[in-house]
Design a protein around this ligand. Structure first.
Ligand SMILES: Nc1ncnc2c1ncn2[C@@H]1O[C@H](COP(=O)(O)OP(=O)(O)OP(=O)(O)O)[C@@H](O)[C@H]1O
Length: 235
């Protein structure tokens, strides 16, 4: 099976895809779970974010996906200050991201094919134009035979692979993935890592949050580590 064929992303720009400065975040007035986080993800970079359970990895991703707002500090995405962004413009920025959630968030009433096709349909592409791309992506994540199955008919690992296929089908500029290999065996984890690496080579900025230190080490990606809400570069 060949790697997915994709057009190269836009030309690089000097502005980083993500810039966080002095960011602190706590849930509903509780003690901060993230403290004074400074982070720059240059355009086209690939980072792994590791850290113990409860360290704040998912919380950091929630901030980057605009699902939560920092208590203090600055968040810039694609060169724009999110603190000044009108609420109604958030979907516009989210559409530039491919999101892989820990709980998958698939649409149970749609087939695997239609789950993956959804972002393409929403962006106005026609079914006869995108069908081959969807089948190619399903094949890449090992779900060629399951295109008509609905998520409840799939195993945990298959759902995870489907969620990844849906997140990246639209060639997002920024891929944010929360434990994207937590439900698959190590051979599939390596295969999914290759998918993220090939999308990164085509220009996507990638941040993967994972417990899997061994996969992070094998990835060759830059490493970030959260410990008790504080971010440190680990290599
Ligand atoms: N919705 C919430 N409301 C209140 N506290 C929360 C909420 N979500 C997470 N927390 C708390 O924030 C802290 C960081 O949690 P978070 O889920 O970000 O960690 P994590 O590193 O992603 O953990 P894991 O690897 O287990 O997914 C934890 O102490 C957690 O209990």
């Amino acid at each position: 099976m060949t790697e997915p064929t994709r057009r190269a992303a836009e030309a690089p720009s000097a502005l980083p895809t993500v810039r966080l400065e002095g960011m602190t975040f706590g849930y509903d007035g509780a003690d901060p779970v993230l403290r004074d986080v400074n982070l720059i993800l240059p355009r086209g970079s690939f980072h792994f974010l590791t850290g113990a359970s409860g360290a704040g990895k998912s919380s950091l991703l929630k901030l980057l996906t605009l699902s939560a707002r920092p208590t203090s500090g600055t968040l810039e995405l694609f060169g724009q200050d999110m603190g000044r962004l009108a609420r109604g413009r958030r979907p516009e920025f989210r559409r530039r991201m491919g999101l892989v959630f820990q709980d998958f968030r698939l649409l149970d009433h749609l087939s695997a094919f239609d789950n993956v096709a959804l972002p393409l349909r929403l962006s106005g592409r026609r079914a006869d134009d995108y069908a081959a791309d969807v089948h190619e992506m399903l094949a890449w994540v090992g779900l060629a035979e399951a295109s008509e199955a609905t998520p409840p008919q799939l195993s945990g690992g298959e759902k995870q692979r489907l969620a990844i296929a849906r997140a990246v089908i639209n060639r997002p500029e920024l891929i944010l993935a929360d434990e994207p290999t937590g439900s698959v065996d190590s051979a599939m984890a390596t295969r999914l890592l290759k998918l993220f690496q090939s999308l990164n080579r085509l220009g996507a900025t990638v941040l993967i949050a994972s417990h899997d230190e061994a996969l992070a080490a094998r990835s060759g990606a830059r490493r970030l580590r959260l410990a008790k809400g504080r971010l440190e570069a680990s290599s």
